[in-house]
Design a protein around this ligand. Sequence first.
Ligand SMILES: [Zn+2]
Length: 427
Amino acid sequence: MKKQFLALFLLIILLMAYPVFAQTTVIRAGNLIDPATGTIAKNQIILVKDGKIAEVGPKVTIPAGAEVIDLSNAWVMPGLVDAHTHLTFNMKIHNISIEAIYLTESTAMRAFRGLRNAQDVLQAGFTTVRDVGNDANYAAIDLRDAINKGWFTGPTVLTSGKIITPFGGQSKRIPPEQGLFWLYEYIDADNKDEIRKAVRQNIYYGADLIKLVTDNSAFFYSVEEIRAAVDEAHAAGLPVSVHASGGEAARNVILGGADSIEHGFMLTDELLKLMKDKGTWLVSTDFPEAHIAALDPTGAMFGGPAKDMAAGIIDRLKRAHQIGVKLVFGTDTVADMPGKNRADMMLDYLAGWDAAGIPPADTLRAMITEAANLLKIEKTRGLIAPGFAADIIATPANPLDKIQSLRQVKFVMKNGKIVRNDKLAPM
Ligand SMILES: [Zn+2]
């Protein structure tokens, strides 16, 4: 009898302690944004357990012992995504030769830079990034794995491994005496079989997606070559993203069934309509004028004066939106500008979406919902609903009124862990 009493007593103690063991957190969300629909639910309670969202609603019971976060004066939403980063890369500003970094930094150093940048962007509210190559010998894969092991707090990193290209990587006219040193960063693949092998190599080393650069030279991939990459990647469940500016190279990318075009600065209305018909996403990497001017003062890389290039890019974004192409926010921040970290630079891109006349709800959907769809994480991230990962951010003003409010993220939760919780002044 005495033994049974003791067992019951221990059970009660365990039940009382359960919320602590289960790491239960409750968020009181004054304004909860659904980025898929651009709607707001008032005064919601979000119950977070073991890194995931357990319950959401106006009348959720708050368990005893739960940590309660009061965001009743804030706008709460899922974490942001940048679908085009190069966290481990740092091109030299004013001297944008892409090769300089390959020859002067080890893969280990690149991984350290990636970690620093990953932590900066998480602080700003980017809880997921898709890193699209230029990471030396697969440094971003090690970065991803170190974060996933819990060694460091960082965003979810999905990464492509080495960039697959027709001969020459993204270098131009390297003297033959120097050899193929771009192979530190790229895989040359010049027919369907080589492309399939390159895709398999990246999958073998742990890639989450496949990245091709098709139009760095006068030669570019055919429809059949793009399709070979797509077939091989899709068979393994990986999406394919392709750097393409426009013209026939971009047409082949669309007809070959790639999941996304990256950049697409020269896309005509006809090609944008083809993208819409085929369901190709555009990751638009709309470089702000000030960034172009700082990175490429001579216009050698972008192909013209910063003002003209930036205006053309915004015009293309506006047309893509009007035509109804599926848009995903991605920045391609590849160099550090003085006085800004990568997150500051990424948030600078929001002004371009404003300038293109895109409603804030559509920009937010491109940063969360469409990005999750493209990254194939839509069943686990990008929504505040039961079963989803607790990647949650908050701002003191409504980003659906003014998208630039995202520059003031004050609260960040990643997989249920609070990584930032500034005091939010009452509104
Ligand atoms: Zn890029």
